[in-house]
Design a protein around this ligand. Structure first.
Ligand code: NAP
Length: 490
């Protein structure tokens, strides 16, 4: 458990300015924005709140740093990333506490995120020195093709509040590895972790201007001119599908390379032949990681009739045993939701399902303030038309629907415009492969409740996004391929 003194020390150490061109500074108009603790509703601190002119300064700084970062030898870019990886581990306790204070997740989970986020730095430190090209003989033998891979140029990043560090390092690390300068706008609820990380990169030796951090409560007003300017050549966004669509339209003006990691509506399928205990274990991770505030969170449970009763009883028992509280307290498993809007949405979705005929097995009632707490909740007999089968719950609610056949589960899972991830529990290999091939999503958790891994290609299909982050293909999003045709006379 952290003490008040620990919390004060961590808060006093975090920079609160805009980070532009390697310098910390106030917003041009002196504006600041409050950062709140979602467990108490109290203001933790205030950070500089960028005006549009600050955004353009950040763009100019990134643009002038672009040739420097692109010209750094790959080994040097790799070493900066590796040093940042080490620094994240050295500062992990303080970073985790800071993240818990502004975002709410239990400190143990926040520490897990620091490690997860750091692995993007390590992975892309390793990738920086493996960017290759090619030499090819033309089919007619008369020319030669030289293929060069070059940095795409200045990148613009916009990230959400649910994983304040990892959603940033998943973009910043490959950008540095590829030789791209960038500007990042973290979410207004959780700017502190990203500001602390900017200091980590500066301490690791990143050239001035290669990363610029601007917190801006006027997200559209500050980011749209940057996106439409043309000096940035790529945008990578993680957040909701409606905002992603808006940014895709803005990016089209100057035809920016675009990566989108958007919303999900994951199904969690448990078939008759599944190992039910393993499925419950996986469900606890897929549902309860980050209090259910994850794009990968299991949103809809489809359980085959033969195991439905056992699975529901065991899941309800495990969910009911979780301790809810401020994430800094010992033994807490479930922190508050991010804000009143997030908690009220969960309340509304549960009320809608119950009004449609769903039954509450456990939970189902938001806690009174202070803080935005919602208890672990299991709903059964959830009608297909309930809103929570179609919208992201982003909270600790598991709606269970009983199905009779594998095909019913598959059809239900695919009946959404989202396609990020689905989870399946079965012991039969042929069945597993058949379902994996027919589920419409970029990722599938087969007998596991966790798919996120920096070494794997993360991303969605349909309205869940464009492109992949991490894995071997992660760096491709930050590289252009240029080919040189060479005349050859033998
Ligand atoms: P959000 O409302 O879309 O916001 C995401 C970010 O976009 C925030 O920094 C937000 O700032 C900013 N933003 C909003 N409007 C903007 C605009 N017009 N121009 C530029 N930036 C703008 O999403 P959220 O509620 O923070 O995060 C939850 C969503 O993220 C969920 O849908 C979740 O599934 C998704 N997500 C996806 C992944 C993935 O990898 N697929 C990972 C994590 C989260 P403001 O808040 O100031 O508007």
């Amino acid at each position: 458990m952290s003490t008040n003194a620990d919390e004060r020390r961590v808060l006093e150490a975090v920079p609160t300015g805009l980070f532009i061109g390697g310098t910390w500074r106030a917003a041009a108009n002196g504006a600041t924005a409050k950062v709140e603790d979602p467990a108490t509703g109290e203001v933790l601190t205030e950070v500089a709140d960028a005006a549009p002119s600050d955004g353009m300064d950040a763009l100019a700084a990134a643009h002038s740093a672009q040739p420097t970062i692109a010209a750094l030898p790959p080994r040097q870019r790799s070493e900066i990333l590796y040093r940042a990886y080490e620094l994240l581990h050295e500062r992990a306790d303080d970073l985790a506490l800071l993240m818990t204070m502004e975002m709410g997740k239990p400190v143990a989970e926040a520490r897990g995120e620091v490690v997860y986020a750091s692995e993007f730095l390590r992975w892309f430190a390793e990738e920086a020195v493996r960017i290759d090209g090619g030499y090819q003989v033309a089919p007619n033998g008369q020319t030669r093709f030289l293929t060069i891979r070059q940095p795409v140029g200045v990148c613009v990043f916009v990230t959400p509040w649910n994983f304040p560090l990892a959603m940033g390092t998943r973009k910043i690390a490959p950008a540095i590895a590829a030789g791209c300068a960038s500007i990042i706008k973290p979410a207004p609820q959780t700017p502190l972790t990203m500001l602390a990380f900017a200091q980590v990169l500066a301490d690791a030796g990143l050239p001035d201007g290669a990363l610029n951090v601007i917190n801006a409560t006027d997200a559209g007003g500050v980011m749209e001119p940057i996106i439409r300017d043309g000096r940035a050549r790529k945008i990578s966004f993680t957040g909701s599908t409606p905002v992603g669509k808006k940014l895709l339209a803005q990016a089209s003006e100057k035809v920016l390379r675009t990566s989108l990691e958007l919303g999900g509506n994951a199904s969690f399928i448990v078939l008759d032949d599944a190992d039910v205990d393993a499925a419950v274990e996986g469900a606890m991770i897929a549902k309860m990681r980050n209090m259910g505030e994850a794009c990968t969170a299991a949103n809809r449970f489809y359980v085959q009739r033969g195991v439905a009763e056992e699975f529901t009883a065991k899941l309800a028992e495990r969910m009911g045993g979780l301790k809810v509280g401020r994430g800094t307290e010992d033994g807490v498993n479930v922190g508050p939701l991010i804000d009143a809007k997030g908690r009220d949405k969960v309340t509304d979705l549960v009320a809608d399902a119950v009004a449609n005929g769903a039954s509450v097995a456990i939970g189902g009632q938001a806690q009174d303030g202070p803080g935005y707490f919602y208890p672990p909740t299991v709903l059964t007999d959830v009608p297909a038309n309930s809103r929570l089968n179609h919208e992201e719950i982003f909270g600790p609610v598991a709606p269970i629907t009983v199905v009779d056949t594998e095909q019913q589960a598959l059809d239900a899972a695919n009946s959404t415009e989202f396609g990020l991830v689905n989870y399946v529990y079965t012991r039969e290999i042929n069945r597993a492969l058949r379902i994996a091939e027919n589920l419409e999503s970029g990722m599938i958790g087969l007998n596991t409740g966790l798919v996120s891994n920096p070494a794997a290609p993360f991303g969605g299909v349909k309205e869940s996004g464009l492109g992949r982050e991490g894995g071997r293909v992660g760096i491709d999003e930050f590289l252009e391929t240029k080919y040189v045709a060479i005349g050859y006379s033998g």
